[in-house]
Design a binder for this molecule. Sequence first.
Ligand SMILES: [Mg+2]
Length: 298
Amino acid sequence: MTELTPVKLLVVDLDDTIWHWFDPWHKSFSALLGGLAQLSGVPEPELIAEIRTIHQRHGTSEYSWLVDEMESLRDAVPDGMTPRDFYDDALHAQNSARREATKLRNGVRRTLEQVRSCGTNVVAYTESLEFWTRWRIRTTGVDGLLDAYYSSPDHDAPIGIDPGELRRLPHDAYILKHTEHRHVPRGVLKPSPVVLQQIITDHGVLPEQTVYVGDTLIKDVEMAQRVGARDVWAAYGVNHHDTRYELLQRVSHWTDEMVEREQDQRPGVQPTPTFVLHNSFEELLSIFQFLPTTKRRP
Ligand SMILES: [Mg+2]
């Protein structure tokens, strides 16, 4: 039997590592885009170009106030009506598609339970913003399976919009009962090592006692390697040859350089991961020996 690598802290990326993100994103965004084009009469390419600038401004590809902020959607809105009311059908289609497609990846729940039963802390670090991350933690039922998650605070609502208006469920529905949220500074993006270093320090372990798992080579794997943590690539994440992926690239908040680099297959452009999960998150259990997260003596 191969010897397992001992580790004391598990840090995971969330989107497409522990739950499906791209698939629900594509289904929900396409539903929104189609609805907006139909109701406004503005062609999709024009909407896409404007959406990209808004996403880049706010550092997210799932900006909750898109409809309220898009100039090109205003002309079609009758006097006395808000854009949010006029485009309600499109927003509704987006939300139902998201709800329907959001789910954990195979084997994730079992694996997290197993790791936690060893006394190892499990922490998430995501570039996604607070609201949707919290919603996914609740929707996929991992509240409590993660000790904490680190993410940026929510983007600000545009002037004149009450964020409460978007939250149609009772306040309680958006609160996590067990998983703690820790803010990271706005604008710090992977592969910056700053946040992962902070997570490791917060848990009193060494980088080599930390395993970090993520599905994006140029962000997740590169960051873990910079920090000196055990880097693991979730190769089962997103298939970049999926033709649907192009839509995400066209509206992504990533810079052009990052979008191009992610697709660049020339040698040396993508970091080489130390460990690879080929088919499932569960493969972690056959690579690492999970030990209790005990703080080092100073
Ligand atoms: Mg990811």
